[in-house]
Design a protein around this ligand. Structure first.
Ligand SMILES: Nc1ncnc2c1ncn2[C@@H]1O[C@H](COP(=O)(O)OP(=O)(O)O)[C@@H](O)[C@H]1O
Ligand SMILES: [Mg+2]
Length: 212
């Protein structure tokens, strides 16, 4: 048993302005043909808040998260993140703005190792192009060191040391969920969206997840 666990430095070192995560959803409506998945949804999330969205199957939880992360385009309403309107932006763009997520059905590369899956996520944080990387300048080296440091911290934090070199496809479901959480955190998101973080887990796997 562990009595205390520190915050990974990716969060501790973030300046307050880099942590800001104000989400404002106004009168969001999403329809699929005749089905209204979201009807005038209003939601506000403030910096530092942990908000759970509950509701039965088909209530529209995933649809709402998919609108926030750019996968679904709502017909009406607006979404603001830190004061900027982000309604109908691309998922890629939203990732860059600091919105990270996991999926109801795990979306990892099963043929790659845990570490490789997480390194891929770090990619969007690379500030250098191929030319600079080829020269392997000091700044590139510094950045590589930072990538590694953050990944190592996350692996420690999520207690994944023993599976870091394992192929994701070989892991039990609960561990894959944990890797997905790690991958999402590796993006250093300001807003982290988890779709059904406990679904399909055993009791023990849930207990593990709750500790994080
Ligand atoms: N891509 C889609 N195409 C058509 N209908 C969809 C799609 N995604 C969700 N829906 C419908 O929207 C409603 C809400 O679904 P969903 O957001 O998945 O609910 P929840 O995540 O709360 O279980 C359901 O009626 C579902 O069938
Ligand atoms: Mg769902």
């Amino acid at each position: 048993m562990k009595a205390f666990r520190g915050e990974p430095s990716i969060f501790a070192s973030a300046r307050p302005e880099d942590r800001r995560a104000e989400l404002e959803i106004k009168r969001l409506t999403l329809k699929f043909g005749g089905i209204t998945a979201l009807n005038n949804v209003e939601l506000t999330v403030r910096t530092g808040e942990l908000v759970a969205i509950i509701g039965p199957n088909g209530a529209g939880k995933t649809s709402l998260l998919n609108c926030i992360t750019g996968y679904y385009k709502p017909q009406e309403g607006q979404i603001f993140f830190n004061g900027q309107e982000i309604t109908r932006m691309s998922p890629h763009h939203l990732t860059h703005l600091g919105i990270g997520r996991t999926y109801q059905n795990i979306e990892l590369f099963p043929g790659m190792t845990v570490l490789a899956n997480m390194l891929l996520a770090r990619h969007i944080h690379s500030h250098y192009g191929l030319g600079k990387a080829a020269l392997f300048s000091k700044s590139v080296k510094d950045e590589e060191v930072r990538h590694r440091k953050i990944l190592e911290e996350l692996i420690d934090f999520l207690e994944m040391q023993s599976i870091r070199k394992k192929l994701v496809g070989s892991l039990p479901y609960g561990l894959r969920k944990r890797v997905e959480l790690g991958r999402a955190l590796a993006l250093e998101p300001k807003l982290l969206i988890l779709d059904e973080p406990f679904a399909g887990m055993t009791l023990e796997e849930k207990e593990d997840m709750v500790r994080f």
